[in-house]
Design a protein around this ligand. Structure first.
Ligand SMILES: C[S@@+](CC[C@H](N)C(=O)[O-])C[C@H]1O[C@@H](n2cnc3c(N)ncnc32)[C@H](O)[C@@H]1O
Ligand code: SF4
Ligand code: SF4
Length: 428
């Protein structure tokens, strides 16, 4: 990429307009620049940066002791000296600014951290729902690639998905239904904090409740590509076959998954139903076999035998590792979480207690009384909505730029940790 390409990029993202806004916002403020690459050079050539009070420019290349004292007429400085400079604002001059903004904001909560050049604005609904739909079509869910699309088919998928959205048809790429919060394991790093749910807080969704919730959802949507029956441990629900039968019998639902830890074998009814709907059911057996401590609890060999004998579709990821999950936080970790949510990029919209949340954690945080969601951050599927109302709620939900739950979440900080052994158990 040369400087002319960067200037073209500035035009594409309508930098001039943003620069005017920045100029107003940052008048009389002391500013540091983070990133002295070709993007910064292009900005410097394209507009008059002298109207800003820039006190220093930082970059990895200026960290050495013999670094030049100046760059493009601006004083250079070391990243470690930010606190001494006490700028009002740091402008991050790299294209992929989100991770840097998150890191610097956590380290310097009193300094305003912003991008120098903002990316092109893509409406949230397109970023979250449409793109996830396209991604799922191209890549499948979890480890399973369902379709090998050629370039033409990919284009067709993209056009169809966008058109559907334009004419108001909502397609849900992936939604998980928590049918029980109870579990047969107590994983220390469970990403959904299931072991932190106390006995009196547990909730089980009855088959009648499940049917109501699915019916209400399907009245509003055109298609659900993947519906996951999940928990806790969903096989603790003895009549899980009925849940599977109900979901799999719906034409609007393309695929139903059962996500299980493999501590409980499938009962006869479940096998029968899975066989009946074999072409649209996948058993997601979480592979914890690497964890020697679980040897006596896991029934994976027998489980896989059940799957193979009945020729069921399944997903059993080899060499599974887990992300580290730190303790659930009870206090607000940040006031605003737009960039945090964006960076998290999680796409597992979850129905918890019959209500749709942005992710399972958001549901557990509510159950634990950690936060109260805003009205449009949660959609109740237990109640019937007027025609069109739920559709609008879903559209608004997918169009949100942030969710309050994210203010209490440390998923991004945890991602800095090394991968760990799956399903390490809590001691007590
Ligand atoms: C929360 S579990 C619920 C279903 C079932 N109890 C199980 O363990 O498969 C859903 C999925 O999340 C995955 N998971 C849980 N904690 C994780 C972590 N810290 N890192 C990566 N995956 C995790 C599990 O392996 C499982 O596939
Ligand atoms: S990850 Fe572990 S604790 Fe969490 S729901 Fe699954 S088996 Fe239970
Ligand atoms: S709470 Fe927000 S940041 Fe945390 S996992 Fe859910 S969506 Fe991501």
């Amino acid at each position: 990429m040369g400087i002319e390409d960067e200037k073209k990029y500035l035009k594409d993202v309508k930098f001039n307009k943003y620069f005017e806004k920045l100029s107003g916002e940052l008048e009389n403020k002391s500013i540091m620049i983070y990133g002295a690459g070709i993007l910064f050079e292009a900005v410097n050539q394209s507009c008059n940066l002298s109207k800003f009070n820039i006190t220093g420019v930082m970059d990895q290349k200026f960290e050495a002791e013999n670094a030049p004292a100046e760059f493009l007429g601006f004083k250079t400085c070391k990243i470690k000296d930010i606190a001494d400079h006490k700028p009002d604002c740091i402008l991050v001059a790299v294209k992929n600014y989100q991770p840097i903004i998150s890191r610097l904001s956590a380290e310097y909560p009193d300094i305003k951290i912003m991008p120098l050049v903002r990316k092109k604005h893509v409406p949230a609904f397109e970023r979250r729902n449409i793109r996830h739909n396209i991604w799922i079509d191209e890549n499948g869910l979890h480890g399973k690639k369902r379709k090998n699309l050629n370039a033409f088919q990919k284009l067709e998928t993209q056009i169809r998905t966008r058109l559907n959205s334009l004419i108001g048809r909502i397609e849900i790429p992936q939604i998980e239904f928590n049918i029980t919060t109870k579990c047969s394991l107590r994983c220390k790093h469970c990403s959904n904090f299931i072991p932190r749910i106390n006995p009196e807080e547990h909730c089980l969704i009855s088959i009648e409740e499940f049917k109501t919730q699915v019916d209400n959802l399907l009245k509003a949507v055109h298609k659900v590509k993947n519906l996951l029956l999940i928990g806790g441990e969903p096989l603790l629900v003895k009549n899980i076959a009925e849940y599977l039968e109900y979901a799999a019998s719906k034409n609007k639902i393309e695929r139903v998954w059962i996500v299980t830890n493999g501590t409980i074998l499938m009962n006869e009814d479940l096998i029968k139903t899975a066989v009946k709907y074999r072409n649209k059911v996948t058993i997601w057996l979480s592979n914890y076999s690497k964890n020697e401590d679980l040897k006596n609890k896991l029934k994976h060999e027998e489980f896989l035998k059940q799957i193979r004998e009945n020729n069921l579709d399944y997903d059993y990821v080899q060499d599974l590792t887990w992300g580290y999950t730190s303790e659930m936080k009870k206090n607000k970790l940040r006031e605003e979480s737009e960039s945090y949510f964006e960076e998290c990029g999680i796409n597992c919209v979850a129905v918890f207690g019959g209500k749709i949340y942005v992710c399972p954690r958001a549901g557990v945080f509510v159950l634990k009384g950690i936060y109260t969601p805003q009205i449009d951050e949660v959609i109740d599927l237990n109640i019937e909505n007027k025609p069109g109302q739920l559709k609008k709620k879903l559209k608004d939900f997918y169009s949100r730029e942030a969710f309050s739950a994210c203010n209490y979440c440390s998923v991004m900080e945890d991602r800095g940790h090394d991968r760990i052994m799956p399903a390490i158990q809590l001691e007590k």
